[in-house]
Write a protein that binds this ligand. Sequence first.
Ligand code: NDP
Length: 272
Amino acid sequence: MTDFYAVIGNPVAHSKSPWIHAEFSRQTGQDMQYEAILAPVNAFPATVAVFRERGGKGMNVTVPFKLEACKLAGRLTERADAAQAVNTLVFNADGTLGANTDGAGLVRDIMVNLGFSLTGKRVLLMGAGGAARGVVLPLLEHDPSILAIVNRTQQKAHALQQQFSCYGTIVSGDYADILGEKFDLVINATSASLKGELPPLSPGIFAAESLAYDMMYGDGYTPFLQFAKQQGASRLADGIGMLVEQAAESFFLWRGVRPETGPIIKMLKLHT
Ligand code: NDP
């Protein structure tokens, strides 16, 4: 029997998730369908309920519902609880499980696809919004020597430091606080690239053999990746790998099968 899944968001038409999951199900021979559902901003729980009544087995949750999904889930994984954001819902006889696969997706892209070890490295995370919150714990699980979190509104970075300091060494502040510091990995988890902007980074931020990672993906280099190239970062990556890897983690939670992500990442990179 065909099982039904969906991505729910507003807007959602631009989402690549239906295509990615169609490829995963073709590749693994799973009998499932995956659609995009546009929910009115004030009707997230009702839209989820209708999907469940139709026999839906799971959902991906995107902007602006990740927080609401957290409240809707009866149980949360440790990562979703820590992030207070859910991007994956699993519906079963026990109720609704909320998970957050963004961090696992980022870490897998960095460590497996890009072959960059986090252990002992100096990592800079820019931004303190939903995406940043979801990746702090998975990054710390791989023992960087330090995780620096900077944000335009520095109180939000401090709040993240306080929340996660029991898991590893974290410092936080605004961009002026990292003047003169060098990092092995710089992750852009801000939405600056969406507006064609560059976070206020100072020159000289990249250590030798460093990786610049922008969670944003799309046409060409973002302003951050252009800056990183000019500043001599050794490697540049956009967020396509993270997108596909977080989808694969969701797929695994739903189906218990891990799809091969390499060919899908390759195809998406060719078409963006
Ligand atoms: P949020 O709106 O929750 O957070 C935005 C963050 O960006 C805030 O910290 C904000 O700072 C900061 N910011 C915005 N503009 C600027 C600027 N010009 N300079 C410096 N900082 C800025 O967004 P999300 O966390 O949900 O998303 C962030 C990015 O991550 C987006 O580009 C999104 O597309 C991407 N993403 C990619 C995924 C993937 O799979 N590849 C998955 C999830 C997200 P302040 O607090 O001061 O306002």
